[in-house]
Design a protein around this ligand. Structure first.
Ligand code: SF4
Length: 420
C-alpha cells in the first residue's frame, strides 16, 4: 500500500531508535505542520511520480537542519522499500599495487615519488597477501594504484618492463588472474582504462571501480583540487565508466564531497551517474565519500563536509538514483555517523579489511566487523557480507562463467556470502 508523505514522516519520527539517534546528533524532529511547504510539495510530488527535476533537487539542497528530517524520512523509506533491513559490506584485503601517480590531487596522501617507498608491490608480496586474506576469510582483493605512473616515471616503466609488463593495467590484470586462482575475487580500481584493458580485466574481476569524483572541469583550474591531474578530466572518467557499461562490467563509482565543488556540481555529478546507469544498468553501487583534511596535504586547511552536508547528499542521491543502485558511505570516514546515513538511504558500508589499512585514508581505521554488526542489529538491521559483486549482478550476463561458478561456492540463495 502506498504511503503518504505524512505517514512516512510520522513513522520515521515515532521510531524511538531514529529519534534517539537524531537527538544525539542535534538534528531536530520538526512537527510535520511546521516544515516549509515548498519542501513538502517537492517530496510529495516525488513520492507520486518517483521522479524529481533538477530545479527541485536544488531547492532541497538549501534545506536547513530544522527541516532535514523530512528529507531523511523519504530517503529512508526508499531504502527500506528497495533494500529491506539488509546492510551489506565486503571483507577485503587492500593492495596498493603502486603508489606512484602522474596526477597531483590536492587532497592526496596515497601518492609518493620514486625513492620515497617501493616502486610497486611485488608479485610475491601480492600472492602472500592474497593467501593471508583467504586464511582470514576475506573474499575481496581490492587493487588500487596511482594513475598511469608509467607515463611519467622512467624508473617505474623500466621496472615493469623488467618484470615483463608494459603498463600498470597489464600488471594489475596479471596479478588479478593469479589471485583469482587463490579463491579471492579481485576488484580493481586502476583509474582511466580503455576498452581493451577492461575486456582483459573482465576475465578475472567480477566487478571494478572508478569514482567519477566530480563532473566539474572547474576543479581542474589552477588552485583547485584537480589542477594538473590529467586523469581527473571528467569526460575521460565518464568514457571509462561508459566503456565498462558496454561490456556489462558491474561497476562501483561515486563522488567525492568537500573538494571545492558547489551544490550545482555535486548534484550534476549524481545526475550524470544516474544517466549512465539508465543507459547501461551496470552501476552496482555509488560511494558518497567525504573529504577528510589531513596534515601535509595541499588542502590541509579546507574544512571537512558537515554532517548536514553529508545527510543531504546521501538522501538526495537516494532520491535520484534508480532504486536498484546500492549506496555506500565508507564507515571508517563516518565512524560516528554511519547509522545516521543508513537512515538517509545508505544500504552498504563498503570494503572493511581485517588485515590492511585504508591506504587512501590511513588515519581512519576500519571499524571492527563484530562491533559494526552489533551496532547495526541494535537498530534492527541485518549486516550481511557480500562479494565485491552485488547479488543483483551475480549472473552470466554480468560476469564470466568461470568466475560465476567460483562465486557460487561462497554464496547462499540470497547471493550474499554464506554465513558460518
Ligand atoms: S589520482 Fe589518486 S593517487 Fe593520484 S594524486 Fe590523485 S588521489 Fe593521489
Amino acid at each position: 500500500m502506498k504511503m503518504s508523505l505524512f505517514e512516512i514522516y510520522n513513522d520515521f519520527a515515532n521510531d524511538k531508535n531514529i529519534s534517539d539517534l537524531l537527538r544525539s546528533h542535534s538534528i531536530p524532529l520538526t512537527k510535520f505542520e511546521s516544515i516549509d511547504k515548498e519542501y513538502l510539495r517537492i517530496l510529495d510530488s516525488y513520492l507520486e511520480s518517483r521522479e524529481i527535476s533538477r530545479n527541485d533537487i536544488m531547492v532541497l539542497t538549501s534545506m536547513p537542519i530544522q527541516n532535514v528530517s523530512i528529507l531523511m524520512s523519504v530517503a529512508n523509506y526508499i531504502r527500506e522499500t528497495s533494500k529491506g533491513n539488509l546492510i551489506s559490506f565486503s571483507k577485503n584485503v587492500f593492495i596498493p599495487l603502486t603508489q606512484l601517480c602522474r596526477d597531483q590531487c590536492s587532497y592526496c596522501t596515497f601518492k609518493y615519488e620514486p625513492g620515497e617507498g617501493p616502486l610497486l608491490v611485488t608479485p610475491d608480496e601480492v600472492l602472500k597477501s592474497a593467501k593471508k586474506a583467504v586464511e582470514l576469510g576475506c573474499t575481496e582483493l581490492l587493487f588500487v594504484s596511482g594513475d598511469k605512473p608509467e607515463k611519467k616515471y622512467e624508473v617505474y616503466r623500466d621496472k615493469l618492463k623488467s618484470m615483463g609488463y608494459s603498463s600498470t593495467a597489464d600488471y594489475m590484470i596479471s596479478m588479478s588472474e593469479i589471485c583469482l586462482e587463490e579463491n579471492i575475487f579481485p576488484h580493481s580500481n586502476l583509474g582511466i582504462a580503455n576498452q581493451d584493458e577492461l575486456m582483459r580485466f573482465r576475465n578475472s574481476n567480477p566487478s571494478m571501480g572508478l569514482m567519477l569524483e566530480n563532473i566539474s572541469e572547474r576543479l581542474m583550474d589552477p588552485g583547485m583540487a584537480h589542477y594538473r591531474c590529467p586523469d581527473k578530466y571528467p569526460k575521460a572518467r565518464i568514457k571509462t565508466i561508459c566503456s565498462a557499461g558496454e561490456l556489462n562490467i558491474p561497476w562501483t563509482s561515486g563522488i567525492l564531497i568537500g573538494i571545492g565543488e558547489n551544490w550545482d556540481e555535486r548534484v550534476d555529478s549524481i545526475l550524470e551517474l544516474n544517466r549512465i546507469n539508465n543507459l547501461y544498468g551496470h552501476i552496482q553501487e555509488i560511494i558518497i565519500q567525504n573529504f577528510n583534511p589531513k596534515p601535509g596535504i595541499k588542502m590541509e586547511g579546507q574544512p571537512a563536509p558537515t554532517d548536514l552536508d553529508m545527510i543531504k547528499t546521501v538522501s538526495i542521491s537516494r532520491l535520484i538514483m534508480s532504486k536498484n543502485v546500492n549506496i555506500q558511505v565508507p564507515p571508517n570516514l563516518n565512524s560516528k555517523t554511519y547509522m545516521l546515513h543508513v537512515f538517509s538511504g545508505v544500504n552498504d558500508l563498503g570494503g572493511v579489511s581485517p588485515i590492511t589499512i585504508d591506504y587512501v585514508n590511513p588515519e581512519s581505521p576500519w571499524p571492527q566487523i563484530d562491533l559494526m554488526k552489533t551496532t547495526i542489529s541494535e537498530f534492527g538491521f541485518n549486516l550481511r557480507e557480500r562479494l565485491p559483486v552485488y547479488p543483483e549482478y551475480l549472473s552470466s550476463e554480468y560476469i564470466e562463467n568461470h568466475i560465476y561458478e567460483r562465486a557460487k561456492k561462497f554464496i547462499d540463495n540470497s547471493g550474499f556470502v554464506t554465513e558460518s
